[in-house]
Design a protein around this ligand. Structure first.
Ligand code: NAD
Length: 484
């Protein structure tokens, strides 16, 4: 551990991190970051202009040959040091992220605190353990060297909901592959992104290997179009992903898109409901519902429908709402007033559509500060309803009845999205058969939790490409075949 352990992190970040040092943005602008629970200004981050993005991409380009050309041992040693510096800051990073976006601290310590260090170490190991070039015998009796080259300068653009781990899912494989990176974090959570710069400096990463330019959509759009960028890695909403995908299509620029979701929890008729409800908060309402893979559509067998509705309602009504920095809190505030408004509007849509509200339905009683929404359940929701089709991105669940397994699968798949999903059953084989039939990039049987060692990503409107696992390295490398 370094001396950075648990030291509070700076909240005033007027500079950008470009070419290995701090520099004021050319426009001199800063954006306030507001604390979700208190509605008070927490700090301020630099706001990058297009000219700053040009500088950052230039620095990343200049750093590319040196970083790509480093022997694997030297590159992975530096990544190990980078991981150590991130880990040393993990608890402070987790607390800062929770203050920014309202994530309960019990979750944030893992996903914002320790996960980035784990990912950097993981990809250093993948590279170290021989994901390298190989020589193949050809059908002509000759040999071919298949090289893996870094794809080049990576533009990484991330949202506010899991700011640290979503950035690390891009930075870690990119740096391990020998790419250099320009990260554009979301303005709502720009402060925690600076931890990557602090750690890079402390670890001695060469100048320009990692550059950080907080800013809004226009800054992101300029980065995506930049002629000096070789690959775009984006996590965010489906509309923004479509816009970015169109630009990358025109430029023939490789792009990975991790987008929205509306996943289903299929509760089979033999499920242990106590087990389902014990995991419900983690699977369906994780991070206050602000989670792309949250299983927010609950599909319940008609034979046990009332029992499921009662159990889900009782569990959700008992969740502890509170200060995101309190270890016991299960539901914190949403990230912004706008996000709170959006979720409350969806609740109004559900009430107007005549769905049966069984718990929640607005701002929690007695709360007048912080962007809280009480966890909410609507029962008897037809899957064609807006509440079941559209991503709400807040603590709102729908319950829909089904008659048999085939209908459950059909309802689960009747969605524009395909990111997560879960099946609950006493019979794992039956659960795996249903998981196989669900059109989605990931499905859990009797739980749902990302595995850093296995690929994660979506189908349909949930995106293109995969992150995590050894497969997460693939988008950051291209092959070259040299015929000998
Ligand atoms: P958003 O799309 O509004 O913004 C995400 C990031 O992209 C921000 O940094 C933003 O400034 C930038 N951006 C927006 N439009 C851009 C454009 N045209 N060009 C370049 N950059 C642009 O999303 P958000 O509201 O911050 O995040 C919530 C969304 O992210 C939800 O839809 C959620 O499902 C999705 N998400 C997906 C995953 C996943 O892995 N699939 C993970 C987390 C969040």
């Amino acid at each position: 551990m370094s001396s950075a352990d648990s030291a509070p992190l700076a909240l005033d970040r007027p500079d950008l991190f470009i070419d290995g040092h701090w520099r004021a943005p050319r426009g001199g602008a800063q954006t306030d970051v507001v604390e979700a629970a208190t509605e008070q200004v927490l700090g301020a981050a630099a706001d990058a202009t297009a000219a700053d993005v040009d500088d950052a991409v230039g620095a990343a380009r200049r750093a590319l040959p040196g970083w790509a050309g480093l022997p694997i041992a030297a590159r992975t040693d530096l990544l190990d040091r980078f991981a150590g510096e991130l880990k040393a800051r993990a608890r402070a990073t987790a607390a800062l992220s929770s203050r920014e976006n309202g994530m309960p601290i019990a979750l944030s310590v893992g996903v914002n605190g320790y996960a980035p260090a784990m990912m950097v170490r993981y990809y250093a190991d993948v590279i170290r353990n021989g994901a390298g070039d190989d020589v193949r015998a050809s059908a002509l009796g000759t040999r071919t060297v298949v090289r893996h080259e870094p794809v080049g300068v990576v533009a990484a653009i991330t949202p506010w909901n899991y700011p640290q781990s979503l950035a690390a899912m891009k930075i870690a494989p990119a740096l391990a592959a020998g790419c250099t990176v320009v990260l554009k974090p979301s303005p709502e959570t720009a402060l925690d992104a600076y931890v990557f710069a602090d750690a890079a400096l402390a670890a001695g990463l060469p100048a320009g290997v990692l550059n950080i330019v907080p800013g809004g959509r226009e800054t992101g759009a300029h980065l995506v179009e930049h002629p000096g960028v070789d690959k775009v890695a984006f996590t965010g909403s489906t509309p923004a992903g479509r816009a970015i995908g169109e630009v990358c299509g025109r430029l023939l620029r490789p792009v990975t898109l991790e987008l929205g979701g509306k996943s289903a929890s299929v509760i089979l008729d033999d499920a242990d409901l106590d087990h389902v409800t014990a995991r419900l908060a983690d699977v369906s309402l994780v991070n206050n519902g602000q989670t792309c893979h949250a299983c927010t559509r609950i599909l319940a067998p008609r034979s046990r429908y009332d029992e499921v509705v009662d159990a889900v309602t009782e569990t959700v009504a008992a969740l502890r709402i509170g200060d995101p920095l309190d270890q016991a809190t299960q539901i914190g505030p949403l990230v912004t007033r706008a996000q709170q408004r959006r979720v409350l509007d969806y609740i109004d849509i559900g009430v107007a559509a005549g769905h049966r509200l069984t718990t929640g339905g607005g701002v929690p009683d007695g709360v007048d500060t912080g962007w809280y929404v009480a966890p909410t359940v609507f029962a008897d929701v037809d899957n064609a309803a807006r509440l079941a089709q559209e991503e709400i991105f807040g603590p709102v669940l729908t319950i829909t009845p089904y008659t048999d397994d085939a209908e459950a699968v059909a309802i689960a798949n009747d969605s524009p999205y395909g990111l997560g999903g879960s099946v609950w059953t006493a019979d794992e084989e039956r659960g795996v058969a249903i998981a196989d039939a669900i059109e989605s990039g990931t499905v859990g049987v009797n739980h749902y939790a990302l595995d850093l060692g296995a690929p994660f990503g979506g189908v349909k409107a949930s995106g293109l490409g995969r992150e995590l696992g050894p497969e997460g390295l693939v988008p950051y490398r291209r092959t070259k075949s040299i015929y000998l």
